[in-house]
Structure formats: structure tokens, C-alpha cells
Write a protein that binds this ligand. Structure first.
Ligand SMILES: O=C(O)CCC(=O)C(=O)O
Length: 266
């Protein structure tokens, strides 16, 4: 591991996140933005009611439903690029695997408020959440495509359980609501070109405002039991792999998928 990767890993282990300013060039971001906007337009049309009433994100950006093959290749090349993999490898040293992508935007309804959560709360009840935060966690690599207010995170909560204040807000108990201010919150404003890396299970919220459109790339450590969360359609089909310069991140997921299938058949 190169020295800088050590430092990034230490920051991630200690705080649950780090940000690299101006990591991507203007031309890298504008090429990515062009493809992602195609997806976003098509997705909005197809999900008009959901978009208008409650949506704040979409997923499966690399899937085949809204993008043509050459645009998917552009995305896979960005995600798997050496530049991105230098950072992915700093956080997950052994065989990091691609899980999915999500696109975060502002909800149409101005009454909809940004809300604190841990991603694991949507899969597990409280007692299991207390355990899983001590296990391997999914990592988000957020690539803002426009300048945005960014994210608010509670440093250290990837490794520790909620304070009473955090619990009441996140779970909406004792009169609290999930958009209320939390005293430990750290706001991280982001500009197009920055890269924010954070643990999915730390307490966090996206901050709505400006023209936000952020591509989150979700990656997991094969030590964790996450392969069942991967939708086959967001992976490159076999015939596309030779068009991807560095397909390692996707190959790792495909390997895990085929091992899981063999295991199920046995
Ligand atoms: O940006 C948002 O609206 C929320 C982001 C988030 O919760 C996530 O990336 O897990």
C-alpha cells in the first residue's frame, strides 16, 4: 500500500469518512455528467409519479434499462478506473467488490426534509444494527456532479452505537423527528470534482439544496455477506468486460456471484 493510501485508510478507520478535494478533473466530471444526465432524464420520465411525490434517489445507474451499451461502458470505465481503484483499495484492501450505484437529487416536494439514518436500519432491527456496525460495512464513494451542500455525518459512528439524542432523532422517538439537528453533525460541503468516501452504516444525511446530483458508487468487502444485494443487471455482461480497461471490481463481484450460485446448487 502506498503511503497516501495508509493515511486514507487511517482516516476512514478513525472517523468513518474522508474527502479528497478536486480529485477529478473538469473533463472527467463533464463526461460522467453527460451519461448520468441521460439516465436521470429517462428515469424521471419513467417514474414520473414517484419522482414528483417522494423520490430523492434512483439506483442501478449502470443497468441496461435506461442506458445504451456504450454509455454503460463509460460508467464502468469511470468506476473501475485506476484513479478510483486507488481510493477503493485504500479502504478495502482485499478483493473489493462492486455492489451498485445510486443517484441522489433534490426531492421535488420542498416539504420533504433531509433525514438522519444508518443504511443498515432498513434491513435490521435495533439489536441486529448494534451488532452489524461492528462488522464489515458497505462503503459509499460519492462523486458530486454539481456543487452541492453535501452530506452531514457524525464522525466515529461507524464504530459506535447511538447516543440517546442520536437514537431518538434517527428512530423518531420521544417527540423527535429524523430531520432535527444533531449536536455532533459535521457538514461537508462538496464541489463537482471532489470525492467523499463514507461508511454506509455511520449516522448520516444528505443535505438537500443547490442543484445536487451525486453519483454514489457502493463497494463491499467480500468478508461481508453482501453478494445477495447485487442485482445482476447492474454488472457488465460477459461480452462487455473486454471493453472495460480495469474490470477487477466487477470481476470480483461476478466471482462471488458464481460461488454463491454453486453453493446454492450443492
Ligand atoms: O444524499 C442523500 O440524500 C442521502 C445519502 C445517503 O443516505 C446514502 O448515500 O446512503
Amino acid at each position: 500500500m502506498i503511503e497516501n493510501q495508509h493515511q486514507l485508510n487511517n482516516s476512514y478507520q478513525d472517523h468513518g469518512y474522508f474527502v479528497i478535494r478536486n480529485y477529478f478533473s473538469i473533463s472527467e466530471i463533464s463526461a460522467l455528467r453527460e451519461v448520468v444526465l441521460k439516465f436521470h432524464q429517462a428515469w424521471k420520465q419513467d417514474n414520473a409519479t414517484f419522482y414528483r411525490e417522494e423520490a430523492f434517489n434512483s439506483s442501478l445507474i449502470t443497468g441496461s434499462q435506461y442506458l445504451a451499451s456504450d454509455d454503460r461502458v463509460t460508467l464502468f470505465n469511470f468506476i473501475g478506473s485506476k484513479k478510483m481503484m486507488n481510493i477503493v483499495d485504500a479502504v478495502i484492501a482485499n478483493n473489493p467488490a462492486f455492489m451498485n450505484t445510486q443517484l441522489f437529487f433534490n426531492p421535488v416536494n420542498p416539504q420533504q426534509k433531509d433525514f438522519w439514518h444508518r443504511d443498515c436500519q432498513y434491513d435490521h432491527d435495533i439489536e441486529i444494527q448494534k451488532q452489524v456496525i461492528h462488522e464489515t460495512q458497505v462503503v459509499h464513494f460519492r462523486v458530486p456532479l454539481f456543487d452541492e451542500l453535501g452530506m452531514e455525518l457524525i464522525p466515529g459512528t461507524h464504530k459506535r452505537w447511538d447516543s440517546e439524542e442520536e437514537h431518538n432523532v434517527r428512530q423518531e422517538e420521544k417527540g423527535c423527528e429524523s430531520h432535527h439537528e444533531l449536536s455532533g453533525g459535521k457538514k461537508i460541503e462538496l464541489a463537482a470534482g471532489d470525492l467523499l468516501v463514507f461508511s454506509a452504516d455511520m449516522i448520516h444525511r444528505g443535505l438537500y439544496g443547490l442543484d445536487r446530483l451525486a453519483l454514489d458508487i457502493l463497494v463491499f468487502d467480500p468478508e461481508g455477506d453482501f453478494v445477495d444485494y447485487v442485482d445482476n443487471d447492474c454488472l457488465p455482461p460477459i461480452g462487455m468486460l473486454d471493453k472495460i480497461e480495469n474490470p477487477r471490481l466487477f470481476m470480483n463481484t461476478l466471482d462471488l456471484k458464481s460461488k454463491a450460485e454453486l453453493y446454492q446448487k450443492a
